[in-house]
Design a protein around this ligand. Structure first.
Ligand SMILES: O=C(O)CCC(=O)C(=O)O
Ligand SMILES: [Fe+2]
Length: 350
């Protein structure tokens, strides 16, 4: 299946990148790149071996998977260590400051790291981004929500064009925290830069970016300025990560529904469902009143979104970066596709 994906959907260049990655890690014994390219079925097994994860207890036969949807994957552990019942016994072994934040993660599903990213890096990265926009290298859609909204829209994966964003998203202290919280080294999956609030309805990222086994995803929200309360701050629901994961199948959103109706189906079924969950559980939002360089990391299943922009003139400059744990497999439950970015979504520029 991976071979046919390679043959049908990916350019040879991409296949080579994937193979190159495969060979550079733990698959050297598979032989030389040239001989592998001659022996195409081997490509399949290498890609499968790569995709077959090293975290999950149960293997997946990808050739028999009807679709990349949560209901078709085995119900496999291990749970991430801070989601397990015995998390408090484990955190007791850590230095006090780390233990406190791990405890907060286990109980609330988020942590805040004030001033983690140095101001100088924040400033040079944003300047480089603005320069790229000015020169036309990056084109931002208006994403206007109405009259008076003159701020530009978001940019998906700006780290692949602005190398300073890579330095921000892969800041060593941030990567250490992600590893600590996920229990495995983290890999950058995707980034989004924005000048303004998203006003996105509350959701869990796990329906968009799903891991096998479940729960091995985290996101970092990095503030690029001191934020105003009216700018449409990031909102999140502490403790909501402990609710059951909700996938497309649970709401009878079929692969065909998404193909024909696109995000309308998601908006019609998923978003109201989350609103009901919030009401039923009496969840109360918190708002990330960040200062420049502050970082909030949230759990794979924490409900969050963009609050209302009460003043459309207010900027809310930020970079959001999503990461997965090395050894997990990433797919998109909603669109029923495997993530190609898990292989080459990282930083192409160094
Ligand atoms: O920045 C926001 O308002 C929300 C972003 C978000 O939900 C995400 O990137 O996963
Ligand atoms: Fe999100």
């Amino acid at each position: 299946m991976a071979y046919s994906w390679c043959a049908k959907e990916a350019s040879l260049q991409v296949c080579i990148q994937v193979l190159d990655y495969a060979l550079s890690s733990s698959w050297k014994q598979a032989g030389q790149l040239s001989s592998i390219l001659e022996e195409m079925p081997l490509v399949d097994s290498i890609l499968r071996a790569l995709a077959r994860h090293r975290i999950a207890e149960l293997p997946v036969d990808f050739s028999r998977l009807p679709a990349y949807r949560a209901e078709y994957f085995p119900d496999s552990g291990p749970e991430p260590w801070l989601d397990r019942e015995d998390w408090s016994r484990q955190t007791g072994l850590l230095p006090a400051e780390q233990a406190a934040l791990c405890r907060q993660w286990a109980e609330t599903g988020y942590v805040i790291l004030p001033g983690l990213i140095p101001e100088s890096l924040i400033e040079t990265a944003w300047l480089a981004y603005e320069q790229s926009v000015q020169s036309g290298g990056i084109k931002l859609p208006p994403e206007s929500v109405g009259d008076g909204d003159h701020l530009p829209g978001r940019c998906l994966n700006p780290h692949q064009r602005v190398r300073q964003f890579c330095r921000v998203a892969k800041h060593p202290e941030l990567m250490r925290w992600l590893q600590r919280l996920l229990g495995h080294p983290a890999k950058l999956l995707q980034t989004i830069a924005g000048h303004k609030g998203s006003q996105q309805a509350a959701h869990s990222d796990s329906i968009h970016m799903t891991t096998y086994p479940i729960g091995y995803l985290a996101a970092a929200w990095i503030a690029f300025e001191d934020l105003d309360a009216d700018s449409g701050l990031l909102e999140f629901y502490p403790g909501s990560h402990r609710l059951p994961y909700v996938f497309s199948h649970d709401l009878r959103i079929s692969v065909e529904d998404m193909k024909s109706g696109g995000y309308e189906t998601y908006k019609a079924r998923y978003e109201p469902f989350v609103q009901r969950l919030i009401a039923e559980h009496g969840l109360r939002p918190k708002y990330f009143e960040a200062r420049k360089g502050d970082v909030l990391i949230w759990h794979a299943n924490l409900l969050h979104g963009g609050s209302q922009r009460r003043d459309l003139r207010m900027t809310r400059k930020a970079l959001v970066a999503h990461y997965f744990a090395k050894g997990a497999f990433v797919y998109h439950d909603l669109s029923a596709t495997a993530s190609r970015r898990q292989y080459f979504g990282g930083c192409l520029v160094r």
